[in-house]
Structure formats: C-alpha cells, structure tokens
Design a protein. Structure first.
Length: 169
C-alpha cells in the first residue's frame, strides 16, 4: 500500500479533481494525506470541503510514494511557490510519482520538471508549459516516466486510474 500526498489550494481547488481522483486511489487501497498553505478546512470552487493535514513545506518526502497537485483556479498560488517546487523536485529526484491535473502542471513546469517531457494541461495553460520546455500532448492524461499530467476535471477518473497503475509498479 502506497502513501500519497495531495496538494490543494486553501481556497478554490477543483472539487471533482480532488474527490474523484481520491476515490480511485482509495479503491486501490492507498493511504492519502492532504497538504496546503494552511492546515484545517480548505474550500473547493464548488463548495466541497477537504481537511489539510499539513503544510506543503512540512511534507517529508521520504515517507510518501507520490505527490498529486490538484488544479482549480486556486492552485495558481503554487505556480511560483518555492515550497511546492521543492516538494515536486524532491519527489522527482527520488524517482517517485509526481502528478498534476488541470492548470497544476504549470507548477511542475515552473519547477523545471517538464523540460523535454510529454505533458498535458488545461487549454488555458498550454503556452505556459511549452515556454518551460514541455512537449504538449492533446491526450486527456499523459504519462512520461514518473510524471502524470491530466487536462482537467473530466479526466479525474482516468487520472486516478493512471496514478494507481503507476503505484502498482
């Protein structure tokens, strides 16, 4: 059983991207935690509530097998966040899963992880990831090594399934 940390914005994360993805990951028997810019209650763009267990800067990457960055307009707070970048870079450096959905792949691009990698993203951010050297894929979910990206909420179920597939080895 793997341990997965989900990173969400304290406000305006995309509800279905979190909850549907978590549902799929839970079906595979994995343990999940949530990190954000605050602990406690976080509010989704559609009113969904999630509880953040720890701060992004306090995530110990040695105990987790993967990180999942959830999108929604609130996730822009992580685009230029050095703590989010360091988390993604540390997980990647350890060969662990690094996943992002909707506009959140911009976090990975800004952290330098998508250079010369295939990735997808919500259409409004295609130029942002390409500017950082990513090869944009029109696929709803794209896997390149240990990196998993998805284009938006309509891909949440498939995104969760790809996460499970990766964690199964």
């Amino acid at each position: 059983m793997a341990k997965v940390i989900f990173v969400i914005a304290p406000e305006d994360f995309r509800d279905e991207e979190l909850f549907i993805t978590q549902e799929e990951v839970a079906k595979c028997g994995h343990e999940m935690w949530i990190a954000s810019h605050k602990t406690g209650t976080c509010m989704g763009v559609h009113g969904g509530i999630a509880q953040s267990d720890l701060l992004v800067e306090d995530v110990d990457t040695t105990i987790f097998d993967g990180v999942v960055f959830i999108g929604g307009k609130g996730s822009r707070v992580f685009f230029d966040d050095p703590h989010a970048w360091m988390l993604a870079q540390a997980m990647n450096g350890q060969g662990k899963m690094v996943a992002a959905i909707c506009i959140a792949p911009v976090i990975l691009a800004n952290a330098g992880l998508l250079k010369k990698k295939n990735a997808t993203v919500f259409e409004s951010e295609i130029a942002a990831i390409e500017a950082k050297g990513a090869f944009y894929s029109e696929s709803g979910v794209t896997v390149d090594g240990n990196l998993i990206t998805a284009s938006g909420p309509d891909q949440a179920k498939q995104f969760g399934l790809e996460i499970c597939k990766f964690l199964a080895g």
